[in-house]
Design a protein around this ligand. Sequence first.
Ligand code: DUR
Length: 343
Amino acid sequence: MKDTILDANFPKTADGRVYHLGVKSGEVANRIVTVGSISRARLIATYLDASPKPFSLYSERGFLTITGRYRGAPVSVVCIGMGGPSVDFFIREVRECLQGDMLVIRFGSCGCLTDLPVGSLVLPKASLAVTRNLDFDFANGDHWRVPYRLSKPIPADSDLILSLQRALESTRPVGASGLVVLNTVNASTDSFYSSQGRQTSFQDHNSGLIDNLKETIQDIATLEMETYWIFHLAASWRGLPSAEPALNPPQLSAGPVFSSAAPSESSHADPSRPPPRPAKETVQQPTIRAAAVQMVFASRSSQEFITPEHVSLLEAWCGQAVLDALLAMDIPQDRLHLQEGSV
Ligand code: DUR
């Protein structure tokens, strides 16, 4: 860490670089693919336009951001590693560097609880969290507490799912028979082992976990470690009205940021009357929209694990499809931070 950090609340360098990803405003696009491995990020980046040369930054904390253009439109590929805390760094720090809408597709791998073959591509309609209950007495057993907690599922962005499905079908390589699976539910866990029901030398009290998941969660199919945390942050973000107005807002007189058309309170003629309701749609708040495509690596029913050759095939197919899916999503000009031609 060489640079002086200015603010302990949201640490940034003097030139506005966020602490863990190392990027600043202008270096991340509104359309983003996030992956867990550097090689997958670099592979997807090979689909970006050759000119201008994509920007690439590998941060001291191991995050890789590649921003370039795909068919002329700015796109970022961000490698964040694995697990919820990495997602938290990624979503919050990119959001801080970005104005307008943020569209995120997680392209990763998963384990599967149903009889889908390895190599299937799952686009979950929703995701829940499975977390270890740290108050459970794992060493001695515990009659009072549950060892794992299941959250409520959060839905994926349905337009992004549709866009992904279309892109996967139209880029399907000749002879590739892989299934594209819709309408299932994903669970994101806080461990690859304990909260995914794997049996190890630790006293994890998880032998009934998978059965319990199947009984409690309708349509449950996949287990991985990131999607829920993306959906959760996307769904809970409401923006900071004062810090992030629309990029090209209509000319406002002073007044509440949500209500571009409403006159300010001070210009109100009759003080006994309530101020007019804010006109809702005039300045729309930016959003975070998210979806995931998950390659089934591990079948937890047959115990089969995918081969490296099969992974390469899927990565090449999906790598292009995720970019196509993002490109097909319309983002109004006034909600785009990086415009065409700006990277
Ligand atoms: N993953 C799982 N469980 C599996 C297969 C893949 O969590 O059975 C995903 C999530 C995480 C990484 O990013 O792969 C762990 O190997």
